[in-house]
Write a protein that binds this ligand. Structure first.
Ligand SMILES: Cc1cc2nc3c(=O)[nH]c(=O)nc-3n(C[C@H](O)[C@H](O)[C@H](O)COP(=O)(O)OP(=O)(O)OC[C@H]3O[C@@H](n4cnc5c(N)ncnc54)[C@H](O)[C@@H]3O)c2cc1C
Length: 495
């Protein structure tokens, strides 16, 4: 049997591409995410044009609709030690990046059929939140639902995150949500028929200052109260968990062996497939442009493919939520903040937990494919919907990583990208009914932890929406709290 190899780095064949197209993945970015083509050492240089040609031949898209493959620096696989030597001016904010603009989706990719004229529930945003909610609604018998996504699935933060899932939080509400989510993640493959590669290798948090060490210590007691087996570790004990870690400047560490990492992309495919099977419409390349409102209710959601009348509309647009809410005259306190992240060439498995220096925001883990995946926040990053990648980030990250693991200096970085945290003033989400616009439901503001919260939050929200039973989550994290000043701050934020 012969096979036409398209991507030799990742062993993706022409049949794999055709299979992706037959499953509805009809643009380069979606097919890349579904098959993994172009994610290996050559970063698409050898296979992109072949895939684009094949898609055109399969009539999956018009050539004019080809979304650029967004080459990201470094242009060639480059060693971490070389990147660490690039100068960084910490006094200046990061600017720009490559590519500058990812928010424009080509019109040729849009489906040509009209959107449904009405639906009971319209969910705006086809990220993990919107899709998880739609799936959970279907489990409760509600399938008169349309999910509207401006781009391809995985276009937002849900396709760009680090895949970390942890129970080590600073508040009871978040500990309980994360516990439930991780339990649901363990069943995901069985429930939805797709492997999300959950690996519970733990999370090792390091503290470099007394204040952060104290926070870790207080959290351990809280975690244990919730049945989470977090332990406070000495520096030597932490070194036993991750041999080779320098632990430079570390005062204390905490470790929960039940935290872990997942691979984000299949989650979205899994939820989207299950939704479609249940009769829910997931409309990609469909941009929401406004709302028709009267008597304190949203009557219609306007899109560039037509209007949809609805009983309820859910705003699940992540970092774009303030922008979309504004179209309905609603002011959200969320701010988008760029966070950059990178992935290296694969190494033999050696790193069990996700490691994070809480003070600097450095985090890194090893994926199931063996890559080191990691990022680091930048205190100077200005608010804004910027998804460009910078040399400044790879340099800062490489310096901080090599300080902890100098032996990784020879490892090459394959690619980098960026996404936006959807940041609220108290680092907690915005949930529930919108004051003054009763049938608009909020589901945003998940900062840098929305992926791990989605399964549990969506389950609770679907239950609340379909039964009308009260649930304190939707009062606790309601938009009202910002006016009333009842903020419950979450401080265990990486980045
Ligand atoms: C670098 C990085 C690392 C992260 N690491 C982690 C981690 O380790 N663990 C974790 O749990 N979380 C992590 N997060 C956070 C997590 O990715 C997000 O909280 C989560 O994905 C948010 O999901 P969402 O569905 O709310 O938003 P998104 O995934 O951003 O989805 C919103 C969608 O709305 C769409 N949209 C926007 N405007 C419109 C419109 N007008 N019409 C229709 N659709 C529209 C967008 O295209 C987008 O697809 C990280 C985030 C980043 C950026």
């Amino acid at each position: 049997m012969s096979k036409t190899l398209i991507c030799s780095c990742e062993d993706v064949t022409a049949d794999d591409i055709r299979h992706a197209v037959s499953r509805g993945f009809c643009d380069v970015e979606s097919v890349k995410r579904f098959t993994g083509f172009g994610t290996g050492i050559c970063q698409g240089k050898g296979c992109l044009s072949a895939v684009a040609a094949l898609l055109a031949k399969e009539k999956a898209q018009k050539p004019a609709g080809l979304l650029p493959f967004t080459p990201r620096p470094p242009e060639f696989p480059t060693e971490l030690s070389v990147l660490a030597s690039a100068p960084v001016d910490e006094s200046q904010p990061p600017v720009g990046g490559v590519p500058q603009e990812l928010s424009v989706f080509p019109s040729a990719l849009r489906p040509e059929a009209p959107v449904p004229a009405r639906a009971k529930v319209v969910i705006i945003g086809g990220g993990i939140m919107g899709l998880a909610l739609a799936y959970n609604l279907s489990l409760r018998g509600e399938t008169d639902v349309v999910v509207l996504e401006r781009g391809y699935l995985c276009a937002g933060a849900s396709g760009r995150n680090g895949g970390g899932v942890r129970m080590q939080w600073g508040t009871s509400a978040n500990i309980e949500l994360a516990k439930r989510s991780i339990a649901l993640m363990g069943r995901f493959a069985r429930d939805l028929g797709i492997n999300v590669w959950l690996r519970q290798g733990g999370y090792l948090f390091m503290a470099r200052t007394k204040a952060v060490a104290k926070r870790l210590e207080q959290n351990v007691a809280l975690h244990n109260k919730h049945g989470v087996p977090t332990r406070l570790l000495t520096v030597d004990e932490a070194r036993e968990v991750v041999p080779g870690l320098s632990l430079k400047g570390t005062q204390a560490a905490s470790y929960n062996p039940e935290d872990g990492v997942i691979f984000p992309w299949p989650f979205l495919w899994g939820y989207a497939n299950a939704c479609r099977k249940a009769g829910i419409k997931v409309e990609t390349f469909t941009n929401v442009t406004g709302f028709e409102q009267s008597d304190g209710l949203v009557r219609k959601v306007k899109t560039d493919r037509g209007d949809i009348a609805c009983d309820t509309v859910v705003l699940a647009t992540g970092a774009w939520s303030p922008e979309i809410a504004r179209l309905a005259g609603v002011q959200l306190p969320n701010e988008p903040h760029r966070h950059e992240i990178l992935s290296t060439e694969p190494l033999k498995p050696f790193l069990s937990p996700l490691v994070s220096v809480l003070d600097s925001g450095l985090y890194f883990s090893q994926s199931m494919r063996g890559e080191i995946v990691g990022g680091m926040g930048d205190a100077k990053e200005p608010a804004g919907l910027n998804m460009g990648s910078t040399l400044r980030f790879v340099s800062r990250f490489s310096q901080a990583l090599l300080e902890q693991m100098p032996q990784l200096g020879h490892v090459k970085v394959l690619r980098q990208w960026a996404g936006c945290y959807d940041v609220t003033p108290d680092n907690n989400p915005v949930l529930g009914r919108t004051p003054g616009l009763e049938n608009m439901l909020q589901l945003s503001g998940f900062v840098g932890h929305g992926f791990m919260m989605a399964p549990a939050v969506a389950e609770r929200m679907a239950q609340w929406m379909t039964t009308g039973e009260s649930d304190e989550l939707f009062t606790r994290f309601n938009l009202r709290r910002f006016q009333e000043g009842k903020l419950e701050r979450e401080d265990m934020i990486i980045g």
